[in-house]
Design a binder for this molecule. Structure first.
Ligand code: 5GP
Length: 190
């Protein structure tokens, strides 16, 4: 199978990476398809099974781990497992497209280490931890407990930024979108 490119967007929850990834997916000339992760959490808000995530039970998730079906997986938050199925990459490459990922920092770095030549690993940096808190509260899809869990993890995640190929500062969304588009356009045309 002809390999496409792998474009990883990682960041602390609430940094705006999902918005950036959606914006890139809408640009047909970039020839991107979204890597749909498996997740053991419940669907949130308007999320759709098989589009945003493959929502599966914890038990099913553990069976996939045992069967070595994952390229990478993480227990991102306690009892919330997320992972990239190897079959996702095959599915997207078979379509002749490039894969774009919206995954946590550990998963993103793992993909980069497994496919160093094919991967562009991008870290999206929020203006500050306080701003992250405001964004997560505004989203109001999680309880205060869950928000606090995400904030606690964010500081650890911010420290991994230098390990990525590029850091995009999401201080002004319009600027971040423009920067991300230029970066990906250049990478997929190489
Ligand atoms: P959320 O619950 O907000 O959708 O996602 C929580 C975190 O898990 C986010 O940082 C998201 O990017 C990450 N995530 C989503 N899918 C995967 C995956 O397949 N692997 C890893 N390692 N992280 C993922």
């Amino acid at each position: 199978m002809k390999k496409g490119k792998l474009i990883v967007f990682s960041a602390p929850s609430g940094s705006g990476k999902t918005t950036i990834v959606k914006h890139l997916l809408a640009q047909k000339e970039l020839n991107l398809d979204f890597s749909i992760s498996a997740a053991s959490r419940d669907a949130r808000g308007e999320e759709i099974n098989g589009k945003d995530y493959y929502f599966i039970s914890l038990e099913e998730f553990k069976q996939h781990i045992k069967a070595e079906d994952f390229l990478e997986w993480e227990e991102v938050y306690r009892d919330n497992f997320y992972g990239t199925l190897k079959s996702e990459i095959d599915r997207i490459w078979a379509l002749g497209k490039n894969v774009i990922f919206d995954i946590d920092v550990a998963g993103g770095l793992r993909i980069k280490s497994k496919y160093p030549d094919e991967t562009l690993a991008v870290f999206v940096k929020p203006p500050s931890i306080d701003e992250l808190k405001i964004r997560l509260k505004k989203r109001s899809t999680e309880s205060d407990d869950k928000i606090n869990m995400r904030i606690a993890k964010a500081s650890v995640e911010l420290a991994t930024a230098p390990q990525f190929d590029v850091v995009i500062k999401n201080y002004d969304l319009a600027v971040a979108l423009e920067e991300a588009t230029a970066l990906v356009k250049n990478f997929v045309s190489q």
